[in-house]
Design a protein around this ligand. Structure first.
Ligand code: PLP
Length: 391
């Protein structure tokens, strides 16, 4: 039996394991330490009441023979949810057909699985610093990865300066881990580049709901020409706190075609209906409720809560004269480690002297060295305490 040799090329994913080991060591050394976790990008606020009600109702429907449902017919999402997502886009000023939306169990699955529809061995551009899933999924697929540099000079927003022969480009805005968000003009340059080179943009909009500045685009489809060169992947995880519920979706415009003229929408549907059997009815009813006026208002309260956490952390860093990116329009604060210390060194300092868990920037790529990521997803109490400790 032979394994897929590409898996031998994966870098050991030591980042979160090493963090966990160091946190355990700190706890063992100082059992009374009130450790505050601002490392992992997981939400802490409960589901919106409108979502809980809708899911409860759906459970009761499933317990009644008259309303019971089995497989989601086709596995691409119920019409009620696809219509609700299309309506959500409409509220952002973007026209998307419900038939162009394929519902899934989350953005992480889609950013990796979508590679199935592209040529094996494709050349794929990813930003550095990077959400590590883009890299590992492409290593597993045997693709060639080229890195596009994000750094202080470009505000961690790499510009479209791609080498020849790139087939696919990942763009994440607002960005994990840096919190940086592209402007319309910057995204327009990306779509121009993709249209002229024939590359496909995989636009990860998982954090679009954190954008508060109306001048910033919340979808790549706000940009003219994007329908001919981009796929958008999005999630209910951060919008509605669905990290444990699991629901996301991918938008593939009808007119998006591969070189041979094949419709990417048809290929993605084919892929999903072959290897995936859809998201539970209960979850889809919850997601639909999150997009109702009442649900959205409740979800936005949670997002504003995290936004205030980000502001509190940012204010503490400003007082200390520490430079940072993000913190507005994003739940991440990407700070430059003071006095030129390295990512892991500053991580250890915050853990052992302040009992704050962060994520070392070096874990997101070479350009992350010298930076650290803090998340705004903690509780208010912990965030305020962390800000006080930082000071
Ligand atoms: N994309 C980015 C950039 C993320 O940071 C995350 C999760 O943290 C995801 C996708 C995954 O989202 P989901 O929970 O929908 O799988």
């Amino acid at each position: 039996m032979n394994i897929n040799q590409n898996y031998s090329n994966l870098q050991d994913s030591y980042l979160f394991r090493t963090i966990a080991q160091r946190v355990s060591a700190r706890k063992a050394e100082n059992p009374g330490a009130g450790i505050i976790r601002l490392g992992i990008g997981d939400v802490t606020r409960p589901l919106a009441p409108a979502v809980v009600d809708a899911m409860g109702k759906a459970v009761r429907e499933m317990g009644d023979a008259a309303t019971f449902r089995g497989y989601d017919d086709g596995g691409v999402g119920y019409d009620f949810l696809r219509d609700a997502i299309a309506g959500y886009y409409k509220s952002k000023g973007v026209d998307i057909g419900a038939d162009e939306i394929i519902v899934s169990d989350g953005a992480k699955s889609d950013v990796g699985n979508i590679l199935d529809i592209f040529r094996p061995g494709a050349t794929v551009a990813v930003p550095d610093p990077v959400y590590p899933v883009y890299v590992d999924a492409n290593v597993m697929a045997g693709n060639k990865i080229v890195y596009i540099d994000g750094n202080e000079e470009n505000g961690f927003l790499p510009s479209p300066d791609l080498p020849d022969g790139v087939d696919i480009v990942y763009i994440c805005s607002p960005n994990n881990p840096t919190g940086a968000a592209y402007s319309r003009e910057q995204l327009r340059r990306w779509t121009d580049q993709a249209l002229s080179s024939g590359a496909v943009i995989l636009f990860d909009a998982a954090y679009e709901s954190f954008i508060t500045d109306p001048a910033l685009p919340r979808s790549i489809f706000e940009i003219e020409g994007a329908r001919r060169c981009a796929v958008e992947i999005c999630s209910f995880s951060k919008l509605a706190g669905f990290t444990g519920v699991r629901c996301g979706y991918t938008v593939v415009p009808r007119e998006l075609r591969a070189g041979e003229g094949k419709s990417l929408l048809e290929l993605w549907k084919r892929r999903q209906t072959t290897k995936f059997n859809g998201v539970s009815y209960i979850t889809q009813r919850g997601a639909e409720a999150a997009l109702s006026p009442e649900g959205l208002a409740q979800c936005r309260e949670n997002i504003a809560y995290y936004g205030e956490n980000a502001r509190i952390i940012g204010a503490a860093l400003e007082k200390l004269g520490i430079r940072y990116f993000g913190g507005v329009n994003a739940p991440y604060i990407w700070l430059r480690c003071p006095d030129g210390v390295g990512s892991w060194e500053y991580f250890d300092y915050l853990l052992n002297e302040k009992d704050i868990v962060s994520t070392p920037g070096a874990g997101f790529g070479k350009n992350g060295e010298g930076f650290l990521r803090l998340t705004a997803f903690g509780t208010r109490e912990n965030t305020e305490e962390a800000a006080a400790r930082l000071g």
